[in-house]
Every structure is written in structure tokens, then in C-alpha cells.
Design a protein around this ligand. Structure first.
Ligand code: FPP
Length: 246
């Protein structure tokens, strides 16, 4: 796996497109540090770029897009940084609700959203309700998301069924776990993009990423452009996916 640095204009005409793309929006802090700005300024720039990239993905026909916005571990960050992120989430949700009538994106949340303030939870609920009947791109926003806790959640659901006698432990299948996690009913991600050059999964889509293709790029999230997105899509199109076969 290499880190990709090249940048030029990339055409994605007639290439094999992934159905489900997932992005780890990493590097906001470093982007701010490089400019002598507080980390919150990096998150603001990251949120601006988030809007641009989701729109682009919708325009080019991506069917499912999953964006890692806040992990179960991100609560450990300084209070002012967490506060700045909450403010950005609230702004985006209010804006999404305002612009709803013209939009085609179907918004969903993956993660334990009960940890957010009543106000944010209520905005999330309205945003999901308001976009429920859309037929455009599904945008999964990972908020207070952790891959391990998602698997624990599935284990608990299945254990409860077993305790009630509705299921025998021996009959548990992979599909039952896939159907018990946040992305139930959706295809697994084909392509996971990690800007900022780190070689880690960071607890993102652990179950779903078993056969995902990773593209790691040496770009900080606020600088990640539509051209970088095209580069990642072209890189994906070149991969020979075997899913464990030959
Ligand atoms: C990781 O970069 C980024 C986050 C923990 C936050 C991601 C959130 C956004 C991009 C804002 C999303 C906004 C909306 C509206 C959904 P980092 O801060 O860990 O970067 P570093 O590794 O350079 O410090």
C-alpha cells in the first residue's frame, strides 16, 4: 500500500465506479497547525470541504457515501475542541434542514447518537425523517461511531434473541451480524479513502471493511479536492478485487 501524492487532472469517464465509498476525514488539526491556527479552525475548514465532497459524490452518481465525522474516542479531546465540533454539526444539520426541499441526498446516522445533546438529537431525527423518501445518494454520517462497539451491539442483539429462545447460538450467521449493525441493508464499502497519510483503520467500519479497497492519500482533509477524489476513484478502478478467491 503506497501513499499517493500525485496531483493533476484526472478523468473518471467510463471507469468502474464503487457503489459505496467511505472517507475518514483526517488531518484537520495538522492543517490548522501548519497555519498557526487553533484546531477548531481546521475543523471548520474540514466541515466546508465535507459539504463540497458530499455534493460532488452525489453529482457523480455514488450510491452510498459514509463519512467519519466523530468517533466514540473523540470525546477524549479537549472540551473546547469537542464544543467546536458540536457547533459545526449543529450548523450543518440546521442548514441541511433549510435546504431540504431542493436536495436528493438521503441522510442517515451510524453510531450511538443518544450521547449527543437533546438539541442535536432532535435535529438529527428531523434530518433523517425529512430525507427518508429521497431516492438519491445515501449519506451515512458516522457520529459517535466505533466499529468495535457496533459489533458489541450486534452481539447483544443476537444474545437477547438466543436468551428468548428465538435463535440458537449455532445458527448465527455472518448475514445476521450484517443485519444487526448500523449499515443493515446496505452494501459493504467498496472503497475507503484515508487522507492525511495515516495507515490505520481507527475503528472505522471494522465489520464492513473485510474486503474494502483502501486508498491512503498524502492530503490533509481540508485540502482534499474533487480531483483527489477522482484520483482515488481511478486507483480503485485499477484494483483487481478477488474477495479471497483467485
Ligand atoms: C480528524 O482530524 C477529524 C475529526 C475528528 C473531525 C472530523 C470532522 C469534520 C471534518 C467536520 C465534519 C463536519 C460536519 C458538518 C459533518 P484530526 O483533528 O484528528 O486531525 P489531526 O490528526 O491532523 O490532528
Amino acid at each position: 500500500m503506497g501513499i499517493f501524492k500525485k496531483k493533476q487532472n484526472y478523468s473518471i469517464e467510463n471507469i468502474v465506479m464503487p457503489e459505496h465509498v467511505a472517507i475518514i476525514m483526517d488531518g484537520n488539526g495538522r492543517w490548522a497547525k501548519k497555519r498557526g491556527l487553533p484546531r477548531s479552525a481546521g475543523h471548520s475548514a474540514g466541515a466546508k470541504n465535507f459539504r463540497k465532497i458530499i455534493r460532488y459524490c452525489s453529482d457523480i452518481g455514488i450510491k452510498y457515501l459514509t463519512m467519519y465525522a466523530f468517533s466514540t474516542e473523540n470525546w477524549k479531546r479537549p472540551e473546547d475542541e469537542v464544543g467546536a465540533l458540536m457547533k459545526l454539526f449543529k450548523q450543518y444539520l440546521e442548514e441541511a434542514l433549510r435546504d431540504f426541499k431542493d436536495d436528493t441526498i438521503k441522510l442517515q446516522f451510524i453510531g450511538d447518537t443518544t450521547a449527543f445533546s437533546e438539541e442535536i438529537q432532535s435535529l438529527m431525527k428531523d434530518a433523517v425523517e425529512g430525507s427518508r423518501n429521497r431516492d438519491g445518494m445515501v449519506l451515512n454520517l458516522a457520529m459517535n461511531y466505533g466499529g468495535r462497539s457496533e459489533i458489541v451491539m450486534a452481539a447483544k442483539k443476537l444474545a437477547e434473541k438466543a436468551a428468548k429462545g428465538e435463535l440458537s447460538a449455532n445458527d448465527i450467521t455472518e448475514k445476521m451480524i450484517s443485519d444487526s449493525i448500523y449499515t443493515a441493508g446496505q452494501p459493504d464499502p467498496d472503497l475507503i479513502i484515508r487522507p492525511s497519510g495515516e495507515y490505520r483503520t481507527s475503528n472505522f467500519l471494522l465489520w464492513q471493511s473485510a474486503y474494502s479497497e483502501y486508498v491512503i492519500m498524502d492530503k490533509l482533509w481540508p485540502d482534499f479536492s474533487t480531483d483527489d477524489m477522482n484520483f482515488a476513484l481511478l486507483e480503485y478502478a485499477k484494483r483487481n478485487r478477488r474477495f479471497g478467491g483467485v
